[in-house]
Design a protein around this ligand. Structure first.
Ligand SMILES: [Zn+2]
Length: 351
């Protein structure tokens, strides 16, 4: 069996958040590698994308992520054409090779198009979770030599004991408010579409209306398998008429939440991952916070590692999160764990 330290030649995390896998791949950041991989279209995972567009030979992501990046305007001006030329849309669970290193995008439940990344090089299997939460749609990678795991909620304070019930509680809250008047739901791109999908799954048939930009993101979600239906842009006559009818659910970007009108003409639901005590919290007579998260909580992060049983865990500390507490818990449970960026010492510590 190879030394663990030799494994570390094939893994690094840069301060910028770039996760370097094998010799060829830079994931979710720029690292002067041949191939840029994008796990999903959230802002903190497309850092350095313009540099990658210039320097990398190929940009690998799911088709949904590529569509979203273009639709959300994350790739602009002269970079757009080069991006389209270098983009390699890769379906889930299909292997391709660059320079004899195999890569596979593994399904992940986070936002539309999100994936994990599995790289095989020199007989090592190295996986990176990207952002994820457990449940339907997240495949847990196994037989890994190294697992690089996100750490957004990597502190034991960040537990959502109600997480298995949150979808139903959210739906009940929406139904309850609809009896009083129209409802406006605020969230970020991706989570809004997740909320739409949940509402439809539980049989809510009220028409959805939304600004044009959210409408276009929703269309991409439908194209890639979300079942939503009956949704309209506020820019169209139909959307406008539905708004005047007073029976609707409206979706708005989180940035609009602070401008919401508290006059009883509409009721407001704000979707936030940063709530751990109550699944639903009343903010004022017309607004509620619902703790619908698209991230694993502390328990789910640990559970992923326990199920995956990698030889070495690398807790990613390149973006916002709580890597050190998560690493401490994983070590306590007997997993060889390091935090990167940080000291790259394994064998001396553990063998
Ligand atoms: Zn994300």
């Amino acid at each position: 069996m190879a030394q663990l330290s030799s494994l570390l030649k094939y893994v690094d995390v840069l301060d910028s958040g770039a996760v370097l896998l094998g010799r060829v791949y830079e994931v979710d950041g720029f690292g002067k590698r041949l191939v840029r991989v994008i796990t999903h279209a959230h802002y903190d995972h497309i850092v350095g994308l313009n540099e990658s567009i210039i320097h990398a030979s190929a940009i690998v992501a799911t088709q949904a992520t590529i569509d979203l990046l273009l639709e959300l305007g994350y790739v602009r001006g002269k970079y757009r054409t080069i991006f389209k030329n270098k983009a390699v849309p890769l379906p889930y669970n299909r292997d391709v090779e660059f320079m004899n290193e195999r890569i596979r995008l593994v399904p992940s439940r986070h936002i539309i198009g999100a994936c994990q990344v599995l790289v095989e090089t020199n007989n090592y299997r190295i996986g990176y979770t990207g952002d994820f939460k457990l449940g339907d749609g997240t495949e847990i990678m196994s037989d890994l030599d190294v697992l690089v795991i996100e750490s957004t909620y990597g502190d034991p304070r960040y537990r959502r004991p109600f997480k298995d019930d949150i979808e139903e509680l959210f739906v009940d809250q929406v139904l309850d408010l609809l009896r009083r008047g129209p409802v406006i739901i605020y969230g970020y791109h991706g989570k809004l579409q997740e909320a739409m999908r949940i509402l439809r799954k539980y049989g809510i048939t009220e028409p959805f209306i939304m600004p044009e930009r959210i409408y276009r993101v929703t269309r991409i979600a439908e194209k890639h398998g979300y079942n939503i239906g009956e949704y309209y842009s506020l820019r169209t006559n139909k959307g406008y008429m539905i708004k005047n009818s007073g029976r609707y659910i409206m979706f708005q970007h989180m940035s609009r939440a602070k401008y919401r009108r508290l006059n009883g003409e509409q009721y407001h639901i704000i979707l936030s991952g940063w709530e751990f005590n109550d699944p639903i919290k009343k903010l004022d007579p017309y607004s509620w916070l619902v703790a619908l998260s698209d991230h694993a909580d502390f328990d789910e992060l640990v559970e992923y590692v326990e199920q995956a049983k990698p030889r070495l865990v690398v807790v990613e500390a390149g973006r916002q999160g709580e890597p050190y507490k998560l690493a401490a818990e994983l070590r306590r449970k007997g997993f060889r764990t390091i935090v990167l960026p940080g000291p790259r010492v394994v064998d001396e510590m553990f063998e």
